[in-house]
Design a binder for this molecule. Structure first.
Ligand SMILES: NC(=O)c1ccc[n+]([C@@H]2O[C@H](COP(=O)([O-])OP(=O)(O)OC[C@H]3O[C@@H](n4cnc5c(N)ncnc54)[C@H](O)[C@@H]3O)[C@@H](O)[C@H]2O)c1
Ligand SMILES: O=C(O)C(=O)C[C@@H](O)[C@H](O)[C@H](O)COP(=O)(O)O
Ligand SMILES: [Zn+2]
Length: 348
């Protein structure tokens, strides 16, 4: 288990201390086209002078093996040894892909996460899931590998686009729905209005850390962190495979949480009143994801690739009331398709 992330203005000072240790032979910084421009200039002063940057294009479509090859090429050309450290500076794409590259290079070099999106600060940088997409299936290739440390500087969020901020907010809401009813109730009343992100990040990271500590390799409890993802990943994979139908991870998870809350209600686990609260709140933040009813069966089929499944049994995480999630709830492709039709019908 990794140490608790450093969160706040002191985080980058702590990063500098770690990188100065004699056991570090070389420092590599992995960034995407946006974070190299917007975040790297603010990080540079905390890095040793002789560090090397590796830039990849930005976007989910680049979270693939071909991009890893370019990272491994850069490490190999610079003769990075096993004492090198990779600093992943970016959103969930960079932290997932960078962690995966570090875990495989020479059978594993250390990496640290410097997340720059809300999504990566509250979720992707914590807990050691690393990986890439394959044949449009989300995180189909990956390993559990904890970073040497995580350094969260909320001020990186100042340059983030509002749509990306909302995408990260979906994972924050997920943490409330699975583990913190009181936080959901408070924030539901104020709506999506946040003037200081640090307390929300801290609270979300603590929730995720507590769950990961109890089950780091997702053999049981950790599956609650996947609430919204059985349907959400199916939707994301479906839309990723089609030109011009892009969707952000958090947007898919928000839609997935509505579908999976509806499934929870259908199975008698969640009241209609709580379902309504969840839908109303999520639709106050997120636009409805567009698909036609004819597509629901094809989307639902993709849940057969979910990592929580056992053979052809789709194991979903459902809500047993707000603030409490239960995992390994078997659902059928037909039920997922029905939940998507319900979602499609909402606000129509
Ligand atoms: N490993 C995990 O536990 C975990 C958890 C949740 C999500 N994820 C993964 O994370 C990915 C999504 O991550 P994301 O939402 O951060 O997307 P992302 O990494 O694609 O970043 C979103 C966009 O914001 C830009 N950006 C990043 N930081 C910026 C900043 N400070 N200012 C301006 N622009 C900035 C990026 O260049 C990109 O264009 C998905 O692949 C998802 O599967 C992983
Ligand atoms: O950390 C976890 O565990 C999660 O499930 C967090 C999710 O928000 C995240 O999207 C994760 O990458 C999904 O993992 P996967 O195993 O369903 O690919
Ligand atoms: Zn997620």
């Amino acid at each position: 288990m990794q140490d608790t992330p450093a969160i706040g203005p002191h985080a980058l000072i702590e990063l500098a201390d770690l990188l100065r240790q004699p056991a570090v032979s070389q420092v590599f910084v992995l960034a995407d086209a946006n974070t190299i421009r917007l975040c790297y200039p603010r990080l540079r002063d905390f890095l040793p002078e002789n560090h090397i940057t590796i830039e990849i294009p930005d976007g989910e479509e680049y979270k693939v093996l071909a991009t890893c090859e370019t990272v491994w090429e850069a490490l190999t050309e610079a003769r990075a040894d096993r004492f090198a450290v990779l600093v992943n500076l970016g959103g969930g794409v960079v932290t997932d892909l960078g962690g995966f590259c570090a875990a495989l290079y020479k059978r594993g070099i250390r990496f640290v996460q410097v997340p720059t999106t809300l999504l990566a600060q509250v979720d992707a940088s914590v807990g050691g899931k690393t990986g890439v997409d394959f044949q449009n299936f989300k995180n189909q290739l990956g390993v559990f590998q904890v970073p040497a440390a995580v350094f969260i500087e909320p001020r990186f969020l100042n340059t983030l686009e509002p749509r990306q901020l909302k995408s990260g907010y979906a994972e924050v809401v997920k943490h409330w729905l699975i583990a913190d009813a009181a936080a959901f109730e408070n924030h539901r009343r104020t709506g999506f209005f946040v003037d200081e992100w640090a307390p929300i990040i801290r609270e979300s990271v603590l929730t995720k850390e507590r769950i990961v500590a109890a089950d780091p390799l997702e053999s049981g409890l950790r599956k609650v962190l996947n609430f919204g993802h059985t349907v959400g990943h199916a939707l994301e994979s479906y839309l990723l495979s089609l030109p011009g139908r892009e969707i952000l991870h958090g947007e898919a998870v928000a839609a997935g949480m509505i579908c999976e809350s509806w499934l929870s209600m259908k199975k008698g686990l969640l009241s209609e009143e709580d379902l309504d609260k969840i839908e109303t709140f999520l639709f106050s933040v997120f636009e409805k994801v567009q698909f036609v009813t004819l597509e629901t069966d094809a989307i639902a089929e993709l849940a057969l690739q979910d990592k929580k499944n056992a053979g052809s049994i789709i194991n979903c995480t459902l809500l047993e009331g707000i603030g409490h999630a239960i995992y390994d709830q078997s659902i059928s492709v037909a039920e997922i398709a029905e939940s998507l039709r319900y979602y499609h019908w909402l606000l129509s």
